[in-house]
Each structure stands twice: as structure tokens, then as C-alpha cells.
Design a protein around this ligand. Structure first.
Ligand code: IMP
Length: 193
């Protein structure tokens, strides 16, 4: 089975490809010679994931999926959420984003947060969504050198380490993204039978 992943981000495509069994092969947008920016103008993860998958499915008539993820902090009313990538400005600098979160969280004792991923899969024109969530807390300071985004300030529930202090393999065992991908694999396995 071949699926197009609606992203230009090679890092993301490789990370997801590693989670998939080898009977699912993934091609990126660049590989189908789609070089345009796909709109991400909705204000929910669900809406943005759907926008991206629908755009590619309608334009290229292919089976495809898109994902959208974000960090949702309880004490900030779910922020940065859908704006996670550009919380501190359009250039999307991860350290500025984390600094802004730590600044807003100063003096706040409720540090509960979660990462959430929504995948929108379109097979033969029909959409199905899958969600993955990992609960945890925002640390007082950055710690660790691995990963990306908010990993240095997010400690999963029951863990002594931040995501950034884990290897990619350790993170992938529990991450929001891998949980959503696992659910999609289960669904696709059902279609293959
Ligand atoms: P995307 O939808 O996967 O591109 O994620 C949007 C933004 O959410 C990223 O740019 C990061 O700021 C944040 N984010 C999503 N997943 C993770 C993660 O696993 N670790 C840290 N930050 C993440």
C-alpha cells in the first residue's frame, strides 16, 4: 500500500516512516512533485489535519494522510495548542517558544499539559481521524539535548526525564505521534484483510 504524507518536512516523514510496517510505503509531497505550501488556517488540530489531507487528496487523487500536533497546557487554557510552532513569532524558533511558555508559567503551580496529535487519513476519498495523547507536566527549566520543539520542557507523567533527555526510540514508545500512527496502522491492517 502506498500513501502520500502531506508534509514537506523530511524529518517528520522519516520519523513516521520508521513507525510504519514495511507493507505501507510513504512518499512525501516533494516526491510527487508538489512544492506548494498547503494552507493551515483552521484553529483546531482536527481542522488543520483535515485541511491538509483534503487538499492533497482532491488535487492529486491519491490516498494520503496529514498530521497536526501541539502542546496543550491546562493553566494556559490549552495554549499554545494549534499555534505551537509559531507561539513566539512566525519564525518558529523553538527556544523562543519555550522561553515564552516558561515566562507565562512563572508562579503557576498547576503545570499539567499534554501533547496531542491528530492524523487525518483519506482512503478512496473517505476521511478517518486518529488521535494520540501523552499527558505530562511543564518543567521549571529546559533540560536535555535530544528531540525538537518543546521536548526540553515536557516531562511525561511517571517519567523522571523530559522528552529531550530520552532517545528517539524511548520517546517513540509513548509519544502522542506514535500512538496516533499505531491507531492508523490498525485501521489500515483491517482494510488489507
Ligand atoms: P507538527 O504539527 O507536528 O508540525 O507540530 C507543530 C508544533 O508542535 C511543532 O513545531 C512543535 O513546536 C510542537 N510539537 C509537536 N510535536 C512535538 C514533540 O513531539 N515534541 C516537541 N514539540 C512538539
Amino acid at each position: 500500500m502506498e500513501l502520500i504524507i502531506a508534509t514537506h518536512n523530511q524529518h517528520k516523514a522519516t520519523e513516521i516512516q520508521r513507525l510504519l510496517p514495511n507493507w505501507i510505503s510513504v512518499k512525501t509531497l516533494d516526491e510527487i512533485e508538489c512544492f506548494e505550501d498547503i494552507p493551515e488556517t483552521e484553529n483546531t488540530l482536527e481542522g488543520n489535519a483535515r485541511l491538509k489531507s483534503t487538499y492533497i487528496s482532491k488535487k492529486y487523487h491519491v490516498n494520503c494522510f496529514a498530521d497536526d500536533s501541539g502542546l496543550e497546557i491546562d493553566a494556559l487554557g490549552g495554549e499554545p495548542g494549534v499555534y505551537s510552532a509559531r507561539y513566539a513569532g512566525e519564525n518558529g524558533d523553538a527556544h523562543n517558544n519555550m522561553d515564552l511558555v516558561l515566562e507565562k508559567m512563572q508562579g503557576i503551580t498547576n503545570r499539567q499539559a499534554k501533547f496531542r496529535t491528530v492524523i487525518s487519513l483519506i482512503i478512496d476519498g473517505v476521511e478517518t481521524q486518529f488521535q494520540g495523547t501523552i499527558e505530562g507536566e511543564i518543567t521549571q527549566e529546559k533540560s536535555g539535548t535530544e528531540g525538537f520543539g518543546y521536548d526540553p520542557i515536557f516531562k511525561p507523567l511517571g517519567s523522571e526525564a523530559t522528552f529531550s533527555e530520552m532517545s528517539l526510540a524511548e520517546k517513540n514508545k509513548i509519544s502522542h505521534r506514535s500512538q496516533a500512527v499505531e491507531k492508523m496502522i490498525g485501521f489500515l491492517r483491517g482494510l488489507e484483510k
